[in-house]
Design a protein around this ligand. Structure first.
Ligand SMILES: [Zn+2]
Ligand SMILES: [Zn+2]
Length: 755
């Protein structure tokens, strides 16, 4: 579409204007906001590379009685910006980053700016224009190159060649501000950063998570000279399996916090594109493509037809090991079959994605033992050999126009596929294209210690070594990370990671990491986890940002008069669960693993094999291979409960009370789950040591806690791979319901006291 052309259709401009925000007030209570009216703290919302402080009242400000123009560099922008801002379903060139895509996102950025400025400067008359007013107050919104040519502005600053880069830059004439991006994404981020500097915060999705800027009588337009680029430019976002994971409010929250990655979603993909999101899709796709029992046209199964494609284990290729051990990647026909299947998906259901996870079988087993596979090198070399062949096949399909656009291929550095460590041989040439990358996944890392600290030989040392091994080849194969702040075993517990995140992000950045993500972002009801998401967003833009400042500002703005007791609540909550990996993770040394494996009889092995966590530990902080002990955790939970009760007893605006209520629900669930685990662990150990009196006491406490956990739901549960949402009660989400049922059905296991 030529840039001079008007929109194809304007259904009802009035209706569109209605939908895209006439500035109707949204929640955000200005009384919660401590931002000053006259000055702006540059350090609060940033990641800025260059900052020029803005003195209060410096130079030109637009008084509220005046008109403020938002200049948008497209013909007809004065009338059609509202239309374009909501025309994402009509845009035809999202995947090509074409002119329609650009105009839609830029228009949306302009509309967002208008919407929030109307609330910031009440009574102001804010209008879109496509011509630059000479004397009135104006904010220019658009991609830097386009702003430069369209308005003939020589003062537009040069930006790095990243579409996400942006500048907030005042023009010399005064009263004119540029919010320009390297591309449409950067334009959006420039707008949100400027709004952030005015005091707006989006701590959680939806109205409850929004903090409004203090109202002003004029806008600061002079003295700005900021250029910003992300520390993790390849992507910053979330891994989200389950097709039902679509949320307009969450996607909006991501854009406002400069996050840009999620898996492709069929219903809202146009909206996601408008918000600057890229898609990283798929996962363990071989379970389906190389399903050994898949019926073939011959009437045989895939394994019966091609046993040689599957793993050789102890000299034999058997059905029982097919799909358990990694397939025979040195078998060219097997690799070609997988590549053909991936190419077919690239022409159909995976067509809209930008990066495709091509992960091996998630089996925690090993690789094919045939001599040809062994000759390929270590586990990562084998994986890379396979992925390079797929890349060659995809390249050929692109050359022959079978596949219309390139999609990056992603391998994982992960224990479950036996590919945690980096390769011994050079990265194969076909993969050195800058588009394909490796995703490092430290699933059983310890959060009592930062990843790079040398205080955690038990859990983190080998993850640290793995990071170093991939860091060495990061120049040939971009290196990215998926963290586990909400891994499935954590079951939505109110865990916090502010003590490790700052150090970890700086560590990853030093190691050359280019993309940050985590599994699996909660879709709603964040409670205190809003802090984790906020830190994730801020640190993935600026790995050197001060966690302490972000946390302090968050507590102040989010809880207003209740900030002081909530600071205590957050501190105690985080410390209480700091040893969560030893309690509840996929690690075989975890208490969770031991309890799940218990048949209900007399246990033979100790439940606390990890040095990090002992049942009778009195440790109240982390040390060398030590995490906080159960007794100190319970004390901290008591303190957290008291602090929360104090916060809830204070006079506070309704929105703050709502946030506290959400925190309280999640706190109760976490508190009861933790105590239930502790009682079950005590029961186990008492039974193992033959202390029947203690066993009876523990069982009585566990049953009481179980009754409470049964009485409420802890949403959400998402079906995979199809669509579907469910809700489980809190006891089910403890994962110990089957064990409880087993024990309840065995009266002899926990004998009642004789009366
Ligand atoms: Zn083999
Ligand atoms: Zn540790």
């Amino acid at each position: 579409m030529s840039t001079s052309k008007e929109p194809r259709e304007v259904n009802s401009l009035a209706a569109l204007e209605d939908a895209c925000g006439s500035g109707a007030p949204r929640m955000g209570d200005a009384s919660n906001c401590t931002s000053s009216n006259t000055g702006i703290d540059r350090r609060t919302f940033l990641g800025a590379v260059t900052v020029v402080p803005l003195a209060a009242g410096l130079g030109f400000s637009a008084p509220s009685s005046q008109t403020i123009f938002i200049a948008v560099p497209y013909p007809g922008a004065a009338k059609s910006t509202e239309y374009w801002a909501n025309a994402e379903e009509q845009v035809r060139d999202w995947e090509e980053e074409g002119p329609e895509a650009e105009r839609c996102t830029v228009a949306f950025a302009a509309v967002e700016l208008k919407r929030f400025l109307m609330q910031t400067v009440p009574g102001s008359d804010i209008r879109f224009t496509e011509t630059l007013p000479e004397h009135e107050a104006v904010i220019v919104v658009g991609p830097a190159p386009r702003v430069k040519t369209f308005f003939g502005l020589d003062e537009v600053p040069a930006l790095p060649g990243d579409r996400q880069a942006y500048a907030i830059h005042s023009l010399q004439r005064g009263g004119a501000l540029l919010l320009v991006g390297g591309g449409r994404q950067g334009v959006l981020y420039a707008v949100y950063d400027y709004l952030g500097q005015l005091g707006w915060r989006w701590y959680a999705p939806g109205p409850m998570g929004e903090v409004a800027a203090a109202k002003r009588t004029s806008l600061p337009l002079n003295g700005w000279k900021t250029v910003s680029t992300p520390d993790f430019p390849l992507f910053r976002g979330f891994h989200a399996e389950g097709m039902s994971k679509e949320s307009v409010e969450l996607f909006q929250w991501m854009a406002r916090n400069r996050l840009n990655m999620w898996a492709y979603r069929c219903t809202s993909h146009a909206l996601m594109r408008k918000l600057g999101l890229i898609f990283l899709s798929g996962g363990h796709i071989l379970e389906d493509i190389l399903n050994a029992d898949k019926p073939m046209p011959s009437g045989k199964t895939l394994f019966e037809e091609h046993p040689e494609w599957f793993a050789e284990v102890n000299g034999k290729r058997e059905r029982k090991n097919a799909g358990r051990y990694q397939f025979c990647v040195s078998n060219d026909a097997a690799v070609a079959y997988v590549a053909a299947s991936i190419i077919e998906h690239f022409q159909t259901d995976w067509k809209p994605t930008d990066f495709q996870n091509v992960w091996m079988f998630d089996t925690w087993a090993d690789w094919c033992q045939c001599s040809r596979c062994q000759g390929l090198g270590n586990d990562a070399d084998r994986y890379l050999h396979f992925l390079a062949k797929v890349r060659e096949a995809v390249n050929a399909a692109i050359a022959s126009r079978e596949v219309k656009r390139d999609i990056g291929l992603v391998m994982c550095a992960y224990e479950g596929t036996s590919s945690l460590y980096g390769p011994a041989h050079p990265v194969p040439a076909p993969l050195r294209n800058g588009k394909d990358f490796v995703l490092y996944a430290p699933i059983n890392r310890c959060y009592a210690h930062p990843l790079g600290s040398h205080e955690c030989t038990e859990f983190n040392r080998h993850y640290d070594e793995a990071v170093q091994s991939w860091s060495k080849v990061a120049g040939d194969l971009p290196f990215t990370v998926v963290e586990y702040y909400s891994v499935s075993k954590f079951e939505d517990l109110p865990l916090l990671f502010s003590r490790t995140m700052g150090k970890d992000f700086a560590y990853y950045h030093r190691a050359g990491v280019k993309g940050m993500s985590y599994m699996h972002i909660p879709m709603a009801l964040w409670g205190p986890r809003a802090l984790t998401q906020t830190l994730f967003a801020r640190l993935s833009w600026d790995s050197g940002a001060s966690v302490e400042k972000i946390r302090q500002e968050y507590l102040t703005l989010y809880y207003g008069p209740a900030a002081a007791p909530m600071a205590e609540f957050y501190r105690c909550l985080e410390d209480a669960y700091a040893n969560i990996t030893a309690w509840r993770s996929w690690a075989k040394e975890s208490v969770n693993a031991g309890l799940l494996a218990w048949d209900g009889g007399k246990p033979q092995t100790p439940l606390f094999p990890a040095k990090h966590l002992q049942l009778d530990s009195v440790a109240d902080r982390s040390g060398l291979d030590v995490g906080i002990g159960p007794r100190a955790s319970i004390d901290l939970l008591e303190r957290a409960r008291a602090a929360l009760a104090k916060a809830q007893s204070m006079q506070a605006p309704a929105v703050v009370r709502q946030r506290l209520e959400e925190d309280a629900r999640l706190f109760r669930y976490g508190d009861e789950s933790f105590r239930f685990y502790l009682e079950m662990a005590r029961l186990y150990e008492a039974r193992r040591l033959g202390k029947e009196g203690e066993a009876r006491a523990a069982w009585a406490s566990a049953e009481k806690l179980a009754d409470s956990l049964r009485s409420y739901y802890m949403p959400f549960d998402f079906d995979f791979p199809g669509a579907g949402v469910g809700a489980k009660d809190a006891l089910t989400r403890s994962q110990l319901r089957p064990l409880l049922d087993k024990l309840a059905g065995r009266p002899l296991a926990v004998a009642k006291p004789e009366s």
